[in-house]
Design a protein around this ligand. Structure first.
Ligand code: DTR
Ligand code: CA
Ligand code: ZN
Ligand code: ZN
Length: 431
């Protein structure tokens, strides 16, 4: 749950006021950015079908050094050329074979502020690589085509990349970054990476790297009411590492590979306590190895991030106040609190106050979690839901526009049932 509705006296009146305020707030405070169009998931799936056909016609895969990879590059390039992009193919050699990166620039925008999105186009040799990583490649391609259809004229310059030989060690993206002059690297304000975003048993993971990029994705999923988690094993695991290693701000999305989805994650996202993608690096990674909802949501999130981050008028997140002290929650006992003292903010809190909650506790169905404003107003965030799931690590968006911002804000946690214990690990407000 990402939008909390205050459980205050006169809830119906409050909800009505909330709805009115939220709409007014969203109109009044919206950053002047164009909304991204919906990305038709049918188009993305058609690209995946085409990539699978390419694999079938080229020995069953699209791996580095094989004919299926070059055919994939030519397929993507042709669509971008037809859509008005300035494309180039960068060759490199690895393991005695020629590799290829495809770069596509959308004409216009400030060349000194480049927003990049990329994905690796190669598969492993055992199969067609439709989730890994046809999914990322197809979503980035369709977003680039949507930019063309809209004839978007963003403030910043847009560049897209499809990388070779990622499966052999991020080879293509490393080559691209290494070849990029230092002065050109400095112009890249963001690199967004999409590697496996349609897993059949999906999770919704956001890379925990650049905070503005991370928040951009989190906001999108919060708007869908889809909870997200931080991608904990992402560092070094895909092409964003090549960019991060030279200081370029990075972010991205991921729906999971061979790791097993936990019961808590099943409660959150549905699915089963099995691998996020049981066909990871296997011959069964075909067009039937895709969850359409995940592919659709993530494709739309790609477009949202491209439109938002290239507009140049994104309102950066406001000040952050955090308390990371551990506070033990007594078993079936009195409520405890973690407090942040907010200072230096004029006026009221925003209608989209971000509340990051981190509670380590087994059986979260025991818990009632509230945000308590400085004047004592209570905003319920969690009320005994979640059953046997463990831990609450989530960002809630609270309409706190009726609250004065400065003062002592408290996260209040009470364990209302015996057995199962835990503690508040952290509490953060972003204004
Ligand atoms: N190494 C990627 C798959 C992968 C595994 N963990 C992550 C985390 C974030 C992005 C991608 C991945 C591959 O096999 O292509
Ligand atoms: Ca869509
Ligand atoms: Zn892979
Ligand atoms: Zn991959």
């Amino acid at each position: 749950m990402n939008l909390s509705v205050p459980r205050r006296v006169g809830a119906l009146a409050a909800v009505a006021a909330l709805a009115a305020t939220a709409l007014a707030g969203s109109t009044a405070n919206a950053a002047p950015t164009l909304a991204a169009p919906d990305i038709p998931v049918a188009n993305v799936k058609q690209h995946l079908a085409d990539l699978q056909s390419i694999a079938a016609a080229n020995g069953g895969n699209r791996a580095h050094g094989r004919t299926g990879y070059k055919a994939s590059i030519d397929f993507v390039k042709a669509k971008l050329d037809a859509a008005g992009y300035t494309t180039s193919i960068q060759q490199f050699t690895y393991n005695g074979s020629t590799g290829y990166n495809l770069i596509a620039d959308w004409p216009g925008g400030d060349p000194n502020q480049v927003v990049m999105a990329g994905s690796h186009l190669d598969s492993v040799s055992s199969g067609a690589g439709i989730n890994d990583n046809g999914s990322g490649s197809a979503a980035v391609l369709e977003t680039a085509l949507a930019v063309s259809r809209a004839d978007l004229q963003p403030t910043k310059h847009l560049r897209f990349g499809w990388w070779g030989a990622e499966e052999l060690g991020l080879v293509g993206s490393k080559y691209y970054v290494n070849q990029l002059p230092t002065a050109e690297r400095a112009k890249v304000s963001a690199y967004l990476n999409f590697d496996m975003i349609g897993s059949p048993n999906p999770g919704y993971f956001v890379y925990d790297d650049d905070p503005v990029i991370e928040q951009t994705f989190k906001d999108y999923f919060a708007g869908l009411g889809v909870p997200t988690e931080i991608e904990t094993e992402g560092d070094g695991r895909s092409d964003h590492a090549s960019f991060k290693n030279v200081g370029i701000p990075v972010g991205g999305l991921f729906t999971g590979a061979s790791r097993t989805k936990t019961s808590a994650q099943v409660q959150k996202w549905g699915g089963t306590t099995t691998a996020f993608d049981r066909c990871y690096h296997s011959s069964c990674d075909t067009t039937s190895n895709i969850n359409d909802t995940a592919l659709d949501r993530n494709s739309d999130a790609v477009a949202h991030a491209i439109w938002t981050l290239s507009a140049g008028s994104t309102t950066p997140p406001g000040p952050v106040f955090e308390n990371t002290a551990d506070v033990t929650v007594p078993d079936n006992g009195a409520a405890v609190t973690s407090t942040v003292n907010v200072t230096g903010i004029t006026g009221n809190a925003p209608s989209t106050l971000k509340v990051d909650v981190d509670i380590v506790h087994t059986w979260i169905g025991d818990l009632v979690v509230d945000l308590v404003a400085p004047d004592g107003s209570v905003y319920n965030l969690h009320n005994r839901s979640g059953g046997s799931a463990d831990n609450i690590k989530q960002t809630y968006t609270v309409n706190a526009s009726s609250e004065v911002a400065n003062g002592a804000w408290k996260l209040r946690v009470q364990d209302k049932a015996t057995y199962d214990t835990g503690y508040i690990n952290g509490f953060k407000l972003t204004f």
